[in-house]
Design a protein around this ligand. Sequence first.
Ligand SMILES: Nc1ncnc2c1ncn2[C@@H]1O[C@H](COP(=O)(O)OP(=O)(O)OP(=O)(O)O)[C@@H](O)[C@H]1O
Length: 642
Amino acid sequence: MASSVETLEFQAETRQLLRLVIHSIYSNKDIFLRELISNASDALDKLRLESLADSTVQADISDLHIALEVDRDARTLTVRDNGIGMSRDDLVDLIGTIAKSGTAGLLEKIKESQDAAAAQSLIGQFGVGFYSAFMVADKVTLRTRRAGTDAGTRWESDGEGTYELQAVDGLPVGTSVTLHLKPVDGEDGLADYLAGWKIRQIVKQYSDFIRWPIRMAAEQTEGATGTENDGDAAVETLNSMKALWARPRSEVTEAEYTEFYQQISHDWLAPAETIHMRAEGTFEYEALLFVPAQAPFDLFSRETKRGVQLYVKRVFIMDDCEALMPNYLRFVKGVVDAHDLSLNISREILQHDRQIQAVRRRLVKKVLGAIKTTQANDAERYGKLWDQFGRVLKEGLVEDTDNTQALLELVSLPSTHDAERPTTLRAYVERMKDGQDAIYYLTGETRATVENSPHMEAFTAKGYEVLLLSDPIDEIWADRIPAFDGHRLQSIAKGQVDLDEPADGDQEADSERSKREQDFVALLPWLTTALAEQVKQVRLSSRLTTSAACIVGDADDISPTLEKMFRATGQEMPPVRRTLELNPSHPLITGLRTAHATDPADPALPEIAELVYGGALLAEGGDLPDPARFTRLLTTHLTRTL
Ligand SMILES: Nc1ncnc2c1ncn2[C@@H]1O[C@H](COP(=O)(O)OP(=O)(O)OP(=O)(O)O)[C@@H](O)[C@H]1O
């Protein structure tokens, strides 16, 4: 005789939550299967643990698995496990009630929030788990028997306010959840959840690394591979179960890491770096990260995705989890599996989660540490890595003030020391000349313009090493980083540079300088006025040996390349007037001085001044404001000399 059916009411909060779930706060309905598989997997874990810990629990743990069963005629999909199961009381407590503290308040907030995305993100904080079944089913039947007991229970509900309970005999240990599926409705995001391909796709996407086999009867017509014969019907295992990150490092081979990396990154090369770690304590997680050997083609595109995949206990949650990786490490691929997050956690919540921020800090340190180790041990491999990712890593010098020091140790920069090989800042410092108090650098648009710029002349003549920076990002970080290892970073195109600084009391040098100043006492103010629109000052230079003139900025002026970059992005910029420096021993400059002394009103003089300024601008790789005028003046004055 069948036992009696009891009808119970859902707790008030559960009713509210169900209503929210049914009225589709989730646009992605596919996740119901992820939730049910995750519950089944937890139940299998629990049974195994319990039977290992307590030998009186007589449970068969020889073939723990999850089975997905489709009944086309009845339009049902069943998720079955042979895990721990639930007693009648468990069902009332766990499924009929939400025991989580703060639920009522949270539901209140969700109700108040008009915006679906905000509601989804709020609800993601504690997850909907089992109730998500009601997104795709208008009735759910759950049959379960707790391991170690004989009593089975049937639970059934349409999610509307009440549920039925009935004692049932003869159930196997474990739980089956049968979904009486709603009709397919593409517009409402309801796919055909009876279709084998759809089920396979969802399992592959979200549950591939679940540690227990997820089985389904193979469809003869689809010629499934990887099947095994289970009695009459062929059975297919849908998930790979290969969550490498969950295994101890010592048990994973290099080839397995490579295969896994290739699977998640769609790269065909082996990774350059593999970082595998496990954190225990209050917030447990495992991370398996890779630095690719080759930069993706879209590394600098605005649409580049960044971040690693996030899993919660082997269940896939999201791709490109930007909360876990800063922008400048966007090339890092891999997986982070955090144990204590809700399956429905949203991107917004993750961004502000303190524990996630702590995980991110730790991951960044690990990645930089791995790169540092390669730098120390294998110069060639490091060189290749820097070639691929150096430009992005330099963005970290602007973005990530916590790791400035670590990043400064990593940077590898072209310098006048070696035309072929770049240098680290540390190696530069070790080579610094006695008495040199700054690390010199020059920025520009290309290496050639930087190398040939007039600013370099005195430094080359005196044998001072100069870093040649021609990446756009160099303009920004070099300006912001004040020093490395106690040595100032100094642009040689900014401020006063005097490599011949006379020692205190060097009277000979002092008097030579003041004589020179005296010689130009009339020309300099006149030139400053003649070129007032272009420059703020004209002065004598000590950085030139062969060129007639160069243009320099003040310490806090932005560089011309940066000015150009800002304009290119459409930003309004007031023109930056810099200082024109003249080489006092150049014949053009001494000639100009003589001509000015002879006839200060000569109309040719302002034109020569303009040519001197234009020439200096061209020499540093700059753009003339009016190239046609410059060429006309040049032609006129050249013609006169012939
Ligand atoms: N297949 C199952 N076998 C045994 N117990 C289950 C099963 N499914 C659900 N339960 C029990 O019901 C409880 C509630 O499930 P539900 O999916 O609503 O939330 P959860 O899994 O605890 O939380 P979340 O989904 O946010 O991780 C579970 O904690 C578990 O104890």
